[in-house]
Design a protein around this ligand. Structure first.
Ligand SMILES: [Zn+2]
Length: 383
């Protein structure tokens, strides 16, 4: 009985001990341990006495401090490295390369003045290139702000002017924007207007614009300054400005100097307005000869459809002359000096588009059909 009571008392004490142990929070125990450490430190001497090992370590630290100017060389940065801002650089022997091209894994990059890789459309020297957001040069077609550009697969350069891509003759403006795309496999003709510019030219331009078409204007040089805005508008639309002499002179009657003067004065007048001289000419009345063809210094463009609009001054007659005879590769002669011709154009142009003709400039037509020679005279450009 007594033994049993003793056993019960021992059990109670053990249970109590367990409860106390569980109830004391852990941090109290830790604090107690820390207090012990603090007490240990306080019990030490105030003067810091270093043992031999600590001395050696301090010596080592002092040496390291002295060596700060010439630290142990870190491994040199090499290759493509992007910084925390996302800028891409190329390091050669630890240095950023600048103002130079670099090919990495078949991709071409350009690193500018600051060493940063170019992105987007960028000019380098005289040429413009395109780089993706990751700095890689991209070639081929690229649409930027809804405008189409083409970067040559050969050298990456942005294309301006005319360029054949696949079976299309593509026309790009000076900024590289694609303005027109001519399908070489489809039928096309060149409408040409002589003797202007005049007050009727803007009507023809409006009709062309509405139908997404262009034409060629063989201008008389001395009329250009009066209608410079019209000439500029035509040029900016993608129309071609050709040379039709300065004073509408018959060239076979002139001397070499006379012919050349008629040509150069017109070119000067046109260049003042468009910034470009003409690349084709039309002799007045279609009259030319071997000497004149040489002296004019550019291809002579005659015609394959003569509307006689200058003679009839009748819109219906002009319409019939074109619409009853037109075929692929034709060069159509009209004159933007007459109201009747501007009216006829308002029917002719949409009707030709409806029939599937691409209305192109003479130079574009020629380029699609084998080109021109400087001393050549051309009536049409057939396939
Ligand atoms: Zn004429």
């Amino acid at each position: 009985m007594l033994k049993w009571k003793k056993a019960l008392r021992i059990s109670r004490m053990f249970l109590l001990f367990l409860i106390v142990a569980v109830l004391i929070p852990e941090d109290v125990l830790i604090t107690a341990a820390k207090a012990q450490t603090v007490v240990d430190i306080q019990q030490g001497t105030e003067d810091v006495i270093l043992d031999d090992n600590e001395k050696a370590e301090t010596k080592q630290e002092e040496l390291s401090t002295e060596e700060e100017d010439t630290p142990e060389p870190e491994p040199l940065l090499r290759g493509l490295i992007r910084d925390e801002k996302g800028n891409l650089y190329f390091y050669k022997d630890g240095e950023k390369i600048r103002n130079s091209w670099k090919t990495v894994k078949g991709n071409k990059y350009y690193f500018g003045k600051s060493g940063k890789a170019y992105t987007g459309k960028k000019k380098i020297g005289k040429a413009t290139y395109f780089f993706t957001d990751s700095g890689k040069r991209k070639t081929g077609w690229k649409t930027i702000h809804k405008k189409k550009y083409y970067f040559s697969p050969k050298n990456g350069k942005m294309v301006t002017g005319r360029k054949t891509i696949s079976h299309y003759l593509c026309v790009f403006d000076e900024k590289g924007v694609l303005t027109r795309k001519i399908d070489k496999n489809k039928k096309m003709i060149a409408l040409t207007y002589d003797d202007g510019p005049s007050i009727y030219t803007p009507r023809v331009l409006t009709t062309l614009k509405k139908n997404d078409a262009v034409a060629t204007f063989f201008v008389v040089g001395n009329r250009v300054p009066t209608y410079s805005d019209t000439v500029k508008k035509a040029y900016d639309m993608g129309c071609e400005i050709g040379n039709h002499t300065y004073e509408h002179k018959s060239l076979p009657r002139l001397s070499e100097a006379g012919v050349k003067e008629q040509m150069s004065r017109t070119d000067e007048a046109v260049k003042k307005v468009t910034g470009q001289t003409t690349v084709i000419m039309r002799p007045t009345g279609g009259a030319t000869n071997e000497n004149v063809k040489k002296w004019v210094g550019k291809p002579s463009i005659i015609w394959s459809i003569d509307t006689l609009d200058w003679k009839t001054r009748n819109a219906d007659s002009t319409k019939r002359a074109v619409l009853n005879h037109v075929k692929d590769g034709d060069v159509v002669l009209m004159h933007d000096l007459y109201s009747a011709t501007a009216s006829a154009s308002e029917t002719i142009i949409p009707e030709l588009v409806k029939r599937g003709y691409q209305l192109v400039t003479v130079s574009e037509l020629a380029e699609c059909r084998g080109g021109m020679k400087e001393t050549g005279a051309y009536f049409s450009f057939r396939k």
